[in-house]
Design a protein around this ligand. Structure first.
Ligand SMILES: [Zn+2]
Length: 473
């Protein structure tokens, strides 16, 4: 496509590979991508070149542009997205919470609750941990995240205040969607007919400017009836405040438990029919591990309803937490996390994947990097084909963005293939040439681009005796 008149703020990414829709390993074509005013302005193949020789003509046409020359190596993909990450209770383990003795879910709730009790007195620690999480994420290639911040009697508004502060401070490098989140029950006891103080605080938090979503964990309620009321209350707040809703739902592997996703679906469909749901609002369902016990017919039914009614609802698997926490009581722990490639292949369901927790009692292990979910997914789902790799990568980029509804995700269909007019939010992976390589062995060296501006670089600074002669760092 021939470029039209260019305006200021031009970024030229040249001699770089791009994903295409027809199996990218067959293509070694390299491209020049011109981004202006935050969008992709033009995409041109570099003539017949497979490696970097000379600066391309395209670079010379835009003398005032910032030029990022990949040198014939590396692939530029849509930037990464944390569809679901906890900003306030990250990086607590080890050292900032009690030592784990049992490592089970109840202990995680108790240990984290005790750690939370100090948040009000030490907001700087809260801020520093949240900032570290966000900055490290940006270096990985994340330009947008939904950050859950807890609101309840223990922490009141302190986590929210920190989330909004980071949202403002880092706005040029990362869009932080703040989700006010009730990890604790909204109902104080089994006998409570009405929600208690946690609910009132959540309503207050949802009114704050800068909040995008409201969420809860219905499974913590004293009864199943109250869990359903919890869902109703969150959907009510979302509608009244024009927010997205985000649930931690069906977080178990108990075949005898009622999957509350059906209740949520019926509520959402009813509200849409009755005009009690904002068109721009979406619903995210995190974990949903109970659904891994679904029969083929149940999955068909769920996928059919979502697809045929174009419901604004996305499932988001959270493998680091799901795998750690689910199945602890069984002799052979199951793969209790949503099988993203299979659900896409067999049911046409696009499922997001996200990191959820980093360094706490709910998920002690694992990196901040969303791309690390791809090799993990390949292993746990035995999903090693090129098609699987593409699905997994989409789940942490375009599908994750769809889950939390970003500007670019409103134009369907969406894929890894860059198009003119797309938002210029990319991650450039220097040590990978193809989508397949990215999923198998994600490049450490990366450049993060948001709105056509380079916002982070991560370089490999290392030295091995004998490898680089006498050069030392
Ligand atoms: Zn979560």
């Amino acid at each position: 496509m021939a470029p039209g008149p260019l305006q200021r703020s031009t970024l030229v990414i040249t001699n770089v590979h791009l994903a295409n829709d027809s199996g990218d390993t067959a293509s070694r074509q390299i491209y020049t991508l011109v981004c202006t005013n935050g969008e992709v302005h033009s995409i041109e193949a570099v003539n017949g070149a497979t490696a970097h020789d000379e600066p391309t003509p395209r670079v010379q046409i835009y003398p005032d542009a910032t030029v990022l020359d990949a040198g014939g190596h590396g692939i530029s993909l849509p930037s990464l997205c944390h569809a679901h990450i906890h900003l306030d209770k990250c990086l607590l383990l080890p050292g900032r919470c009690d030592t784990l003795v049992k490592g089970d879910f109840q202990e995680a709730l108790e240990v984290t609750a005790r750690a939370k009790a100090s948040f009000l007195d030490d907001p700087e620690d809260l801020y520093n941990r949240g900032r570290q999480l966000t900055v490290e994420s940006i270096k990985c290639g994340v330009t947008i995240m939904r950050a859950h911040v807890e609101v309840d009697k223990t922490v009141r508004m302190v986590c929210l205040d920190v989330g909004l502060r980071l949202q403002e401070e880092l706005r040029d490098a990362c869009d932080i969607q703040v989700a006010v989140f009730a990890q604790d029950p909204l109902f104080t006891s089994m006998d409570s007919a009405e929600p208690g103080e946690n609910y009132l605080l959540l309503c207050e938090a949802a009114r704050r400017t800068g909040v995008s979503a409201v969420g809860s964990a219905p499974y913590v309620e004293p009864s199943i009836t109250q869990a359903k009321k919890n869902i109703d209350l969150i959907l009510d707040i979302a509608y009244e405040k024009m927010l997205h809703a985000d649930f931690h739902l069906d977080y178990n592997l108990d075949p005898a438990s009622e999957p509350l996703v059906w209740y949520l679906l019926s509520q959402l469909r009813g509200r849409i029919r009755e005009g009690r749901w904002a068109a721009a609002s979406r619903v995210c369902v995190g974990h949903a591990t109970r659904l891994t016990l679904f029969s083929r017919d149940e999955w068909d039914e769920l996928a059919r309803i979502i697809r045929e009614e174009d419901l604004p609802l996305t499932l988001v698997g959270l493998p680091p937490s799901d795998l750690y926490m689910m199945g602890r009581d069984t002799s052979s722990p199951p793969r209790g996390t949503l099988d993203v490639p299979r659900l896409r292949r067999e049911h046409g369901l696009r499922v997001g994947m996200s990191v959820n927790n980093v360094g706490n009692a709910f998920t002690p292990q694992g990196p901040i990097d969303p791309l690390a979910l791809c090799p993990l997914g390949i292993a746990i789902f035995q999903a090693g084909t090129e098609e699987d790799a593409k699905i997994l990568l989409e789940s942490i980029t375009v599908d994750a963005k769809t889950a939390i509804q970003t500007l670019e995700s409103r134009s369907k269909p969406f894929s890894l293939r860059v198009k003119v007019g797309d938002r210029a939010d990319f991650v450039l992976l220097d040590q990978n040439d193809t989508v397949y390589e990215v999923a198998l062995r994600p490049s450490y060296v990366r450049t993060t681009i948001k709105s056509g501006v380079i916002v982070a670089k991560r370089v490999d600074s290392s030295w091995v005796m004998g490898e680089l002669g006498s050069q030392k760092l």
